[in-house]
Design a protein around this ligand. Structure first.
Ligand SMILES: C[S@@+](CC[C@H](N)C(=O)[O-])C[C@H]1O[C@@H](n2cnc3c(N)ncnc32)[C@H](O)[C@@H]1O
Length: 248
């Protein structure tokens, strides 16, 4: 792979970009059906990291590679940050006519979720991506191929100096909007974190083509509460759920 860069004399030169193979693997776990690894990782790091050079490393990926049973017009949904896989384990079996990919960058939770989904019979039409879903969207998912997004109780990164780690950012929504199919599409959002919720709704409000259909008044999607939601409701915390429409 090569890219055009400008040297000091502003002449275009060809520079070789070397990408170690393991940085851009996307493959199904040979021992765990439905668990797909997409990992940017340096040795010794528990969690995957961003691409080491910050550049996109595109993979020629089609949803059919992950779901061989689907046709070209398949209905595809994505869950962002699935944790223990509670949502997918209930939602996927209720919708055998669609396919849905969960995502979780932490190996332990991704594996936990895959087992839970397996027990629930959800692996017939659902998979679990273990990796950073932002980079997966950016580098693997083709334009106009996703029907809906679910994002429930994302890590709030409460300290101000960590806010930059929050996933619900304008550049994340750029990727969401790019991969959503044309027409009106739904993004389901929920959190217990008041301040992150306000910031997120402002990001949606200011994003071109976004309209909040239900602002903080939505019920759990199809009555399915996620693992974190069950815990937080028991603790009596307020929950903020919204339904957002993207139109393009
Ligand atoms: C607070 S948990 C919520 C899990 C689940 N949605 C629920 O409501 O029970 C958020 C999860 O998102 C995962 N996560 C955070 N950033 C991610 C990213 N960029 N890609 C994939 N998973 C991510 C975290 O590892 C964590 O398990």
């Amino acid at each position: 792979m090569s890219e055009e860069v400008l040297d000091n004399n502003e002449e275009k030169i060809e520079k070789e970009v070397v990408i170690p193979e393991f940085y851009r693997d996307l493959k199904e776990d040979p021992e765990s059906k439905g668990l797909w690894h997409y990992v940017f990782r340096t040795h010794g790091d528990r969690k995957p990291i961003a691409t080491p050079d910050g550049l996109p490393h595109k993979i020629d990926f089609n949803w059919k590679d992950m779901f061989p049973q689907i046709g070209n017009d398949a209905h595809v949904e994505v869950e962002i940050g699935s944790g223990k896989g509670g949502f997918l384990s209930e939602y996927a079996p209720k919708h055998p006519d669609i396919v849905i990919m969960g995502s979780e960058w932490d190996y332990t939770w991704a594996k936990f979720a895959q087992r839970k989904m397996d027990k629930a019979g959800a692996l017939a039409n659902a998979t679990m991506l273990r990796g950073d879903v932002y980079f997966f969207l950016r580098d693997c998912v083709k334009d106009n191929t996703v029907d809906a997004f679910h994002m429930y109780f994302p890590d709030p990164w409460p300290k101000e100096r960590h806010h930059k780690n929050r996933l619900l950012r304008p550049d994340f929504l750029v990727e969401v909007a790019r991969v959503l199919k044309p027409g009106k599409r739904i993004f389901y959002w929920g959190t217990d974190h008041k301040e992150y919720n306000e910031v997120a709704l402002e990001v949606f409000d200011n994003f071109k083509g976004c309209k909040i259909l239900e602002r903080n008044t939505a019920e759990p999607t199809e009555g399915i509460m996620t693992g974190f939601e069950k815990k937080y409701r028991k603790e009596g915390r307020p929950i903020y759920r919204s339904v957002v429409e993207f139109e393009k």
